[in-house]
Design a protein around this ligand. Structure first.
Ligand code: HPA
Ligand code: ZN
Length: 334
């Protein structure tokens, strides 16, 4: 055997730092929601959901993401989505996750944002007895501009005592430059919130620099194009600034060519800090376990190297040192 097999990886306690609540919606649950809400998806035939989930481009992905969000029509839908995600994380021995949630979607689709936020955060707390602790990063959609981002910051600050630790930006990376969000992220930093940004996913290394310089991002979502700039590689290493890597996501959105070896090989070889994640497990039909198996195949890692990865990932989380210590104890590293 050349690398860790799935069964060997299954029992190792895991941590995830880049996981979207909305993108955790499975095809099966989308069909159930379409039926519950009698949506137009039903009229498109029995394969409509499967076809939607079979995208091969970033635009196709964004479209599927939007359709998923359109089907989350009540706080109860969000509650169920959150509960099911937590159960799947617990089943994979994920002990801690920082979950991205995009509350500005709610007013767009006519939902009461505060009710939804409270339903999500409350359900998040119910994970603890099942062995999965969560914190929340409020994500905002780049193509929607600065106003929803300011609103997202306001909600993040309002709910920070309920597990919200950071602000992030996602969506169409090519749509708006990072500087549009500079003042919001500066306010977030001044208020003590952590910051991450999707960058260098479909755009080049300059976009990663902008996320660092304009948004003062502490973690980069994807960032696979960072490899193109040796100065940036050096910066990421010197500042222990991790890339949040999701292998399936990159192949499914076309961020990485399907015929290429995933850049995680080179990222690891060069010593760039990274975490391993499922990103949108429902939409990409993946899981954290599956991403670990893929990484094991590419990197040739043994189980001990995944245990080390989890230890390093804990250092990159947006927890306080005391909280990290508690997770370390759960990992058995106390
Ligand atoms: N990239 C951009 N936006 C997103 C992503 C992503 O990987 N996942 C959810 N929204
Ligand atoms: Zn993402």
């Amino acid at each position: 055997m050349t690398h860790a097999a799935g069964t060997e990886l299954r029992d190792i306690s895991k941590i995830e730092t880049h996981l979207h609540l909305e993108g955790s919606l499975t095809e099966q649950r989308l069909v159930a929601l379409a039926s519950k809400h009698q949506s137009s998806l039903l009229e498109k035939g029995p394969d409509a959901a499967a076809q939607l989930y079979n995208f091969e481009t970033f635009t196709g992905f964004l479209n599927a993401y939007k359709v998923c969000c359109e089907h989350l029509k009540t706080p109860e839908d969000y509650r169920q989505l959150t509960a099911e995600l937590l159960q799947r994380l617990a089943d994979q021995h994920c002990v801690y996750a920082e979950i991205l949630f995009t509350p500005s979607i709610c007013p767009r689709f006519g939902l009461p944002a505060r009710e939804v936020i409270e339903a999500v955060l409350e359900t998040g707390r119910e994970g603890q007895p099942r062995g999965i602790q969560v914190r929340w990063i409020f994500d905002t959609v780049r193509q929607w501009g600065a106003d929803p981002c300011w609103q997202t910051l306001e909600w993040a600050l309002q709910y920070r005592d309920h597990g919200v630790v950071g602000l992030c930006i996602g969506g169409d990376e090519a749509s708006q430059p990072a500087r549009v969000f500079r003042d919001v992220f500066e306010s977030a930093e001044k208020a003590g919130l952590h910051r991450s940004a999707h960058a260098g996913e479909i755009c080049d290394a300059r976009s990663v620099w902008h996320a660092i310089e304009e948004l003062r991002a502490e973690r980069i979502g994807h960032g696979v194009h960072a490899l193109e700039d040796p100065l940036l590689v050096d910066y990421l290493i010197r500042h222990s600034l991790p890339l949040e890597i999701s292998i399936t996501s990159n192949f499914r959105t076309g961020a990485v060519d399907k015929d290429c070896v995933h850049p995680i090989l080179e990222i690891n070889r060069r010593g760039i800090p990274f975490t391993l994640n499922s990103d949108d497990p429902g939409l990409f039909r993946t899981s954290l376990q599956r991403e670990w198996e893929l990484a094991a195949g590419i990197l040739g890692w043994f189980p001990e190297q995944f245990v080390e990865l989890v230890r390093r990932t804990l250092r990159y989380t947006f927890l306080t040192e005391d909280e990290r210590e508690q997770i370390r104890a759960i990992l058995g590293d106390g």
